[in-house]
Design a binder for this molecule. Structure first.
Ligand code: SF4
Length: 485
């Protein structure tokens, strides 16, 4: 677990005989100290460790938030459980698609049954889904066994809510419409000891017409560059060799700061951190990816040779309805410029198929972009209505059968180009970060190339976290088998 020493000191110094301080982060340190005491007492009473489980849905940002929740629970004295049958169960939810909400409600129903057989069990729901009032109402009325509901803007107050949930009966609900501050320095439990994500911005100002994020995560807020750099330095000192800088649109980083700082400038500073071997970022919006950024990636070998550049559609008409602020040709020239300037870069993308009003002619345009850019990989999604977004109200929704037919066409084009792109690397020797023992065959470890592709090589757990030189022997479509050289 990575816990900032300063925050650790605050927790140690917390005077539980006095009321909780009003200032942050002292207040959360005080509540964390209090939570520790409660957990210690219960452990002594029950003569067993108290367990927790955090179930995460959705994107990288949520995964990062879950690491913070896990960090706080571990720091309070809980031990991680292998299943949802735990003393403190957290669902960190996503709301990008309507069916994501349904999945969470299904899981919650099952958790209610677990709770009947586990006295004292507490259940919390947080994340994007509960930023929507209708979902909170549904939990309040139909899932009355839930103990705690909190949103994305007040996650930093989790130690305080944790105490309330542990000390009281009944549902605690706290959802904020906007963030009042960015609180740094709470504990974080990283999933991988050697790599980590770091938030650089929160929220989004873009209002793509199909997306709920700006409504649930709020307007864009950038963290101060010094805070980000300090966090990266701390991570490196703690054994991290790869950092991914995270934001809904990293290109707009810093525009809201008192002293503006561009994403390209921030990235240049992060590259200077000694001991940091690889830097990734997610996600740049194509409408404002600057020449400066391309140059910084080109000139810094520490930055991964991978740019994820969400296309969404190749049709100008659909792009306009999506409110994406670029055209097909602008996207293609940007991708070409990136490829010219950064040899070996892989470009991956997201594509939505079956957007309201979309026709076969629009899909032809999307396939044309897929072929002309030659994506190394693409995540293709069938459009599904997201309640609360402008696209959900558009009258010309595409019938489901049409959508799946269009989807198959796009997928075929993507697979053809992606296989060709991967194939050309066969026989090359490249640097790869060993990430884990292969889940299917324990004689192999799985490593990630700078271009984000995976390679499986014979080896054991002792290699995990190391940067290896690997020869790519055999291409299997989207991944390789290789040998350490
Ligand atoms: S850029 Fe568009 S798709 Fe991405 S989070 Fe913002 S509104 Fe959603």
């Amino acid at each position: 677990m990575s816990i900032n020493n300063q925050f650790q000191d605050l927790v140690q110094q917390a005077d539980l005989n006095s009321p909780a301080p009003e200032t942050e982060p002292e207040r959360q340190a005080w509540f964390l100290a209090r939570a520790r005491r409660i957990v210690q007492n219960r452990r002594a009473q029950q003569d067993r460790a108290l367990t927790f489980r955090v179930e995460t849905f959705g994107c990288q940002m949520n995964a990062r938030d879950s690491e913070k929740i896990v960090g706080i629970l571990e720091s309070a004295g809980f031990t991680e459980a292998a299943s949802e049958d735990a003393d403190f169960l957290v669902y960190n939810t996503c709301t990008v698609r309507d069916n994501a909400d349904q999945r969470v409600f299904g899981r919650l129903g099952r958790a209610g049954h677990l709770k009947k057989n586990r006295p004292g069990m507490k259940i919390a729901v947080c994340g994007c889904m509960v930023q929507e009032r209708t979902n909170v109402e549904k939990i309040r009325k139909s899932y009355r066994f839930v103990d705690l509901v909190f949103g994305t803007h007040n996650l930093y107050r989790f130690p305080e809510y944790l105490c309330s949930a542990l000390e009281s009966e009944g549902m605690v609900i706290e959802i904020w419409d906007r963030a009042d501050r960015i609180v740094e320095a709470l504990p974080v439990a990283r999933k991988y000891p050697f790599k980590s994500g770091t938030n650089i911005t929160f929220g989004c100002n873009n209002f793509c017409s199909y997306c709920i994020v700006p409504y649930v995560r709020g307007r864009e807020r950038s963290r101060a560059p010094m805070e980000i750099l300090r966090e990266c330095q701390r991570l490196v000192a703690d054994g991290v060799v790869e950092i991914m800088l995270l934001g809904q649109n990293v290109n707009s980083y810093g525009k809201d700061l008192e002293t503006p700082c561009s994403f390209a400038q921030l990235l240049t500073e992060v590259c200077k951190i000694e001991g940091l071997q690889r830097i990734r970022f997610m996600t740049p919006h194509p409408k404002d990816l600057s020449d400066d950024l391309i140059r910084v990636v080109r000139d810094n070998p520490k930055i991964a040779r991978h740019i994820h550049l969400p296309l969404q559609s190749g049709s100008d008409r659909i792009l306009q309805r999506m409110n994406r602020h670029y055209t097909k040709e602008q996207y293609i020239s940007l991708a070409q410029k990136i490829r010219e300037q950064i040899p070996d870069v892989s470009i991956t993308t997201d594509i939505i198929v079956g957007f309201p009003g979309e026709t076969d002619a629009d899909i032809d345009d999307t396939i044309d972009v897929v072929r002309r850019v030659g994506f190394d990989n693409a995540f293709t999604f069938i459009y599904s209505k997201r309640a609360g977004t402008p696209a959900a109200k558009m009258p010309d929704q595409v019938p489901e059968e049409e959508k799946s037919r269009m989807f198959d066409r796009v997928l075929k084009a993507v697979q053809e180009t992606a296989h060709g792109r991967a194939e050309r690397l066969t026989g090359r020797t490249m640097e790869a970060l060993a990430e884990e023992v292969n889940v299917r065959d324990g004689r192999y470890i799985t490593a990630r190339l700078s271009n984000n592709m995976l390679v499986h090589v014979p080896g054991d757990a002792s290699l995990i976290g190391k940067m290896l030189q690997v020869r790519l022997d055999e291409c299997r479509g989207f991944y390789f088998f290789g040998t350490i050289v």
